[in-house]
Design a protein around this ligand. Structure first.
Ligand SMILES: CC(C)(COP(=O)(O)OP(=O)(O)OC[C@H]1O[C@@H](n2cnc3c(N)ncnc32)[C@H](O)[C@@H]1OP(=O)(O)O)[C@@H](O)C(=O)NCCC(=O)NCCS
Length: 281
């Protein structure tokens, strides 16, 4: 990764001339060039991500209704062509996810001399769409992005500190959604153990956890992973959160390749937020 020439901070208005910046401009930079005051308003809307995260992971979130109002009159020429051609909802999800990710990167502590610190020069880098739709993180960083129709979130960590990172957020499904998850996303053992009685919340948790796991393990497995390749083997209720235990399905191709994984879940209103964040040993 060629070092960017400028390390911005949230709300920083210093201009990076395109001619000396040899990476694609970040979404933040594209918006700042159009309207610095608007970028400050967007920054003011940023929140912490609601996912359960260890201290060495930085997470940010944004309400997509607010982002819609704040970006309606702005040009989106710098976004990837596929996103420019997409629906406004998809554009907002992409914009929101990238803005959260870029803002989280700027907040990643620049711990010089700390082996777990991300290289400082990467923190203002753009995040292109990589293999299989996965975000292509700057060198020395890993992260994950999730969005629903009304919110977007991103988490980042130094890859020297973090081995696997994945988040997901979902609205709790209705009974039909529960049936679909049980039919399409569960192993026979999971159906027997967890869904003798229909349970939309549990189904949503299982689904969201598997999506978090997919995002977290994709950089390692580098292929599509089916829902029956991992299975939920335990649920612990802790104060204010749940800890879901997964293993690679013993008969499946990930057995022996992916260790037991813990996904933490937080339930807020009608949404669940799941996260997996594994420290390097
Ligand atoms: C890729 C997938 C997990 C995304 O989940 P989703 O609920 O549709 O959408 P979300 O809003 O939660 O997440 C979208 C973000 O995921 C990220 N993403 C997409 N593909 C990814 C991949 N292969 N690896 C890591 N992250 C990925 C992207 O950042 C994307 O946002 P962006 O396109 O704006 O950059 C989902 O579409 C999918 O293909 N699931 C099937 C595979 C699976 O989950 N298997 C379970 C194995 S146990």
């Amino acid at each position: 990764m060629t070092p960017a020439l400028h390390i911005a901070t949230v709300g920083d208005d210093a201009f990076v001339p395109a001619a000396v910046c040899d990476t694609a401009p970040t979404v933040r930079e594209q918006l700042r060039r159009q309207d610095p005051a608007r970028l400050r308003e967007i920054d003011a809307c940023m929140t912490a991500a609601p996912h359960v995260l260890p201290a060495w992971v930085v997470g940010r979130g944004i309400d997509l209704g607010q982002l819609d109002r704040l970006t309606q009159d702005l040009a989106l020429d710098g976004l990837p062509p596929a996103i420019r051609r997409s629906s406004r909802a998809r554009q907002l999800g992409y914009l929101g996810g990238r803005l959260c990710a870029e803002t989280a990167l700027l907040s990643l502590p620049d711990r010089r001399g700390d082996p777990c610190a991300a290289p400082a020069a990467t923190l203002a880098a753009a995040i292109p769409i990589g293999d299989g739709g996965a975000p292509q993180w700057p060198e020395g960083v890993i992260g994950s992005i999730a969005h629903t129709r009304d919110g977007a979130w991103a988490v980042v960590a130094a890859s020297a500190a973090c081995m696997r990172l994945g988040i997901d957020s979902e609205f709790i499904v209705d009974e039909g959604g529960c049936r679909d998850i049980v039919t399409l996303c569960c192993t026979p053992r999971e159906r027997l153990r967890w869904f003798e009685v229909a349970d939309p919340l549990r189904a949503t948790l299982l689904f969201s956890a598997k999506e978090s796991i997919y995002k977290a393990i994709h950089p390692q497995v580098k292929r599509f992973v089916d829902f029956d390749e991992m299975e939920m083997v335990g649920i612990d209720a802790l104060p204010g959160l749940l800890c879901l235990h997964f293993r690679a399905t013993p008969e499946g191709p990930l057995a022996g390749r992916i260790p037991a994984l813990r996904v933490h879940a937080r339930l807020i209103g009608d949404r669940v937020h799941t996260a997996i964040a594994e420290h390097q040993d």
